[in-house]
Design a binder for this molecule. Structure first.
Ligand code: GTP
Ligand code: MG
Length: 534
């Protein structure tokens, strides 16, 4: 009853956040999952990649019997970990203790004969299981009501906890990369596909896109040193630019994904962008995927962001909160345009944290100065060197609370001299603007570039006005706590639609004053609370 899924697999819904239905760890797996927290990004990636290669993704009928499912699969070997999740149907991620079990399972799978459709002869580790009788699954949904309770500090921590990527979501991301690698390996057997961006930099929110990097370095970077009088040289086609190679590699892989990738839909090749990419939707996981190649600087910025996030727990929480705040006010958007991107916004938060007295995180120049020879990295003429051993980094003693930092962040950017100054995390100090874009944020590694070149003055004005309003709202919270409510309701008010939102469409919307909106929110929360306790 196990079948391989061919590319004829079709699912209709496109955007839905996966929900975890049930999960099981053996005790040793749990303790190693906990240890992952303090690993370097490289070590974490190696471990996750290994797990992914021993895993399969199985589409189940919605009422699959967990017991029978496991009994059936364990015929092929020990199962190290598995979990079910829901996204366009119920799926299971199953990690075996050994790769042989995956081969054995694939051997046993049958190719279904479908009357109206034909099958592309390309096997993958995405399988479908049938004929198992039903048992109800317990849903393990996250209740977010608690988000609105407690002081600002607690609200920020709850928000981060509720929306950050889970262990399972992270594993699924690596598994999708590994499934994609199986496809790309048809052309490039030694390639690797690595996730980057918010899937691994520690700032990812459930539902964020999956940025993937097709790494061909093990093939093209190999340089055989002549040991005897002979020198061996691979015979490779020569093309006049790196960009042209990237474009043709992505073009064939994009074609392959489109033609042979089970569950991959809506494939778009965007090869003329500054950074060429293939975009598609991976339906079984629900991830929107961007596949790039030859994008090593982005891998480095991912590593840098990860490092900053690891240095102090306030970094992630603040970035997370500001990203959520920006998203709820339409400061950032999933559609490309003149908006501030999550990447730019994250750099703005990091810069703000460098400007605290004393600074919470060090400058990039300082991280470069601490680097040893093993950390040296030059990519296409850009110096991407910074220390990777966390223990060499000494932090200063800053004891500000998350609530203070949130408030100060809004004040800082409500009055920042954007018209003259550039944001620069390398120096940790604003610099004179080298060009006239409304918002100038120096690219940390390719220092002549502005990561926010796309932002127009309308969007920047909205950002500043919202910072002003949010700073004001937080101050109000401090001075006037509503009756019968023991806590300020700070973050909840910040995530509400704002007065300034009307600027976006140019329409003047009639809105009640913020105090009224807060009052009605509090009333409804009180009512909910009474219902729960009564
Ligand atoms: P999400 O919005 O959650 O996807 O955040 P993200 O950090 O993944 O951003 P995005 O998917 O837009 O980009 C992925 C990665 O590419 C980022 O984390 C950066 O490392 C890099 N990146 C994005 N935009 C820029 C840019 O303008 N310049 C440079 N140098 N790198 C960028
Ligand atoms: Mg991304």
């Amino acid at each position: 009853f196990l079948t391989t899924m061919a590319s004829s697999f079709t699912v209709c819904r496109l955007h839905m956040r996966g929900r975890i239905l049930s999960k099981r760890y053996c005790s040793s797996a749990l303790s190693s999952a906990e240890k992952i927290e303090c690993k370097s990004l490289h070590a974490l990636q190696v471990e996750r990649q290994d797990q992914a290669e021993k895993s399969v993704l199985i589409s189940c009928q919605s009422r699959t019997s967990e017991k029978k499912f496991l009994k059936f699969l364990s015929k092929h070997g020990d199962i190290k970990k598995y979990f079910f999740y829901e996204s366009y149907g119920v799926y299971a991620v199953v990690e075996f203790a050994s790769r042989d079990s995956v081969s054995s399972l694939l051997e046993s799978a049958t190719i279904p004969s479908i009357s109206q459709e034909s099958i592309v002869p390309f096997k993958s580790r995405l399988l479908s299981i049938r004929n198992l009788s039903s048992v109800n699954q317990q849903l393990n949904r996250k209740h977010l009501g608690f988000l609105l309770l407690g002081c600002v500090e607690q609200q920020i921590l709850s928000l981060t906890k509720a929306y950050q990527l889970t262990e399972e979501n992270s594993r699924l991301r690596f598994l999708v990369c590994s499934l994609l690698k199986d496809i790309a390996a048809a052309y490039f057997p030694e390639c690797t596909i690595r996730p980057f961006g918010s899937s691994v930099n520690g700032f990812g929110k459930l539902g964020c896109d999956l940025d993937m990097f097709l790494d061909l370095d093990s093939i093209s970077g190999v340089c055989l040193q002549p040991k005897s009088g002979f020198s061996l040289e691979y015979q490779m086609k020569r093309v006049n630019s790196e960009r042209a190679i990237t474009q043709s590699v992505l073009s064939v892989i994009g074609e392959c994904v489109d033609q042979f990738g089970p569950g991959c839909a809506g494939v778009q090749k965007i090869l003329n962008a500054r950074c060429p990419l293939v975009r598609f939707s991976h339906q079984p996981s629900g991830f929107q995927c961007d596949l790039t190649a030859n994008n090593r600087v982005a891998m480095k910025s991912t590593e840098l962001l990860y490092l900053y996030g690891e240095l102090d727990p306030r970094v992630r929480s603040l970035v997370f909160t500001i990203r959520s705040w920006a998203r709820s006010h339409g400061i950032t958007s999933s559609i490309p345009g003149a908006w501030i991107t999550n990447f730019s916004l994250t750099i703005m938060v990091l810069f703000f944290l460098q400007r605290r007295g004393p600074p919470i995180i060090p400058t990039l120049d300082h991280l470069r100065d601490l680097a040893g020879p093993e950390d040296r990295s030059m990519i296409e003429g850009s110096d991407c060197t910074f220390v990777r051993d966390f223990s060499k980094i000494q932090l200063q003693n800053n004891t500000e609370t998350l609530e203070q930092l949130l408030c100060e962040f809004f004040e800082f950017y409500a009055t920042f001299p954007f018209s003259r100054m550039s944001i620069n995390i390398r120096k940790g100090k604003e610099q004179n603007k080298p060009e006239m874009s409304p918002l100038h944020i120096q690219n940390p590694f390719e220092t002549s570039l502005n990561v926010s070149k796309n932002v127009n003055s309308t969007q920047l004005d909205r950002f500043m006005a919202l910072c002003q309003e949010s700073s004001w709202l937080l101050q109000q919270n401090k001075t006037s706590t509503p009756n019968n409510t023991p806590t300020p309701w700070g973050l909840a008010t910040l995530l509400l639609p704002s007065q300034v939102a009307g600027i976006k469409s140019g329409k003047k919307r009639r809105r009640e004053p913020a105090s009224e909106r807060i009052k009605s929110l509090l009333e409804s929360l009180k009512k909910q609370n009474q219902e729960k306790t009564g």
